[in-house]
Design a protein around this ligand. Structure first.
Ligand SMILES: *Cc1c(COP(=O)(O)O)cnc(C)c1O
Length: 474
């Protein structure tokens, strides 16, 4: 004889649950409706579990503790979770610096400070303090970007996908744009060059082959309806072996001779010399400009290390037609982007400062010896939790992420935690770490938990250890 009916009767009523001291106290801190909902949901989930036995005509094997105190504890945990923000800060221990799923670039302190001040106050977003009349939001950033990239004009939009779209729409709508077949890439999500091109109203003309495209391929595709060549940084994918691409300079030269434009989508937007820091070569924005590209587009929150944004630099007349394009308004930046981007760009005026204070660059250039020290310190904290023989420091690699330098392996030291078999499942621990406050995201490789100190800020180390302790103890 099944006993679900009696179990169902045993379930406390919502009112009874709310009288538990734990929930009664919680209502003083959280909105009553949140606590009430959590109590209802907790009871409902038990009812559902019990009913599922009834539906399957099964005897109940589980042992249910349906005391109000136990359910109140679960309801309280649920209420606290539900009352917290959905978007929250977390600790990135994956070692992927520009992690698109984890919000890409964390901002430098100067940008955070600027954001906070602009957010809480009125500001001169569209007001000229000089003349006391209406001003333009675009003016706050243009000079700075021009100075850093050696261009004559610039505009900042909401993101780089939008920047590419708007550039094409403004200068090539209804006309043809020639692209190498080796550069018809998809860059995460749904940004595909052919689709963006179609949406912009420009007609795509493919030239070359997947692995090789020559200058003569571009040349042969030109007709009276051609508006531009588009060169796209392959970003998250790399061609090796039997390959050929036309460099910006040669392509710009051909475009010039044919009376066409060259648009280059650089993706990441590097303005420092990566090789100087022992990193693989990556074309800089100013190199493309100097090589003769008429418009260059790049992201604000990849290697630039600032807020989400799409930056277009280039010829004044072209930037001006982008600015007055009907669709510019749909992609315009808000005051927060402007504030954070200006503060980030100002750091680039002093390269040493940029490397030190822009988190993306600090992490990119962190040297192995320093990372080894950090890993050792972290390992010490974790050994107190897991025991000495469970935790070790091993060599490994960090990644740039965000579609930048996909093949680059940055040497690092990882803290490896190999749990004993009778211990908690590694997957279970990883899941619990997603629910700590703050959550900790890490790597799991063949049952070994891996923590990369490169993307963990120094002031997060203690918290990280505490969260792991919490998660481990259930
Ligand atoms: C990342 C990337 C984009 C899209 O930039 P968002 O800022 O994410 O919109 C476009 N083109 C290239 C080459 C990219 O790498």
């Amino acid at each position: 004889m099944s006993n679900y009916q009696s179990l169902l009767r045993e379930l406390p009523a919502v009112d009874r649950l709310l009288r538990e001291p734990l929930l009664d106290d919680l209502i003083k801190q959280l909105p009553r409706r949140v606590v009430l909902q959590a109590a209802q949901d907790t009871i409902a989930s038990y009812r559902q579990k019990i009913n599922s036995y009834a539906d399957n005509d099964q005897d109940i094997q589980e042992k249910f503790d349906l005391s109000p105190a136990t359910l109140a504890m679960e309801a309280a945990a649920l209420a606290e979770r539900n009352a917290g923000s959905n978007l929250k800060a977390l600790i990135n221990a994956t070692g992927i610096i520009i992690h698109t799923n984890l919000g890409r670039a964390p901002l430098p302190g100067a940008a955070v400070k600027a954001l906070s001040s602009i957010a809480a106050n009125y500001n001169n977003l569209e007001y000229s303090l000089q003349s006391g009349t209406r001003g333009s939001r675009h003016e706050h950033l243009e000079n700075l970007i021009c100075e850093l990239t050696g261009t004559e004009a610039a505009i900042v939009l909401n993101n780089n996908a939008g920047a590419v779209f708007l550039a094409l729409n403004a200068v090539a709508s209804g006309r043809e744009v020639v692209v190498s077949r080796g550069q018809l890439v998809e860059i995460g999500g749904s940004f595909r060059i052919p689709d963006i091109m179609a949406a912009s109203g420009a007609a795509l003309v493919e030239v070359g082959t997947t692995n090789k495209t020559y200058l003569r391929d571009y040349e042969a595709a030109v007709n009276e309806n051609t508006a531009a060549f588009l060169k796209v940084h392959a970003s998250n994918y790399q061609m090796v072996g039997f390959t050929a691409e036309v460099n910006t300079e040669d392509l710009a030269d051909l475009a010039y001779r044919q009376g066409l434009l060259l648009i280059e989508d650089l993706g990441s937007g590097v303005i420092l010399d990566l090789e100087k820091y022992g990193l693989p070569f990556e074309p800089r924005v100013q190199d493309s400009v100097a090589a003769g590209a008429d418009l260059v587009t790049f992201s604000g929150d990849k290697m630039l290390g600032g807020p989400q944004a799409g930056i277009i630099v280039g010829r004044k007349d072209l930037i001006s037609s982008i600015r007055t394009n009907q669709l510019a308004r749909t992609l315009r930046v808000d005051k927060f982007i402007i504030a954070a981007l200006e503060a980030t760009l100002r750091l680039y005026l002093d390269e040493e400062k940029a490397i030190k204070e822009i988190p993306v660059w600090r992490m990119l250039t962190a040297d192995a010896e320093y990372l080894k020290q950090r890993a050792s310190k972290l390992a010490e904290g974790l050994r107190d939790i897991f025991g000495i023989d469970t935790v070790s420091v091993v060599k490994g690699v960090s990644r740039v992420g965000g579609g930048a330098l996909p093949a680059a392996e940055l040497p690092t030291y990882l803290v490896a935690v190999k749990l004993h078999e009778e211990d908690v499942y590694p997957t279970e621990l990883v899941e619990r770490l997603r629910h700590t406050d703050p959550p900790v995201i890490l790597r799991l490789q063949h049952d070994t938990l891996l923590f990369d100190p490169r993307t963990v800020f120094e002031d997060q180390e203690d918290t990280l250890v505490n969260m792991v302790k919490k998660a481990y103890q259930g």
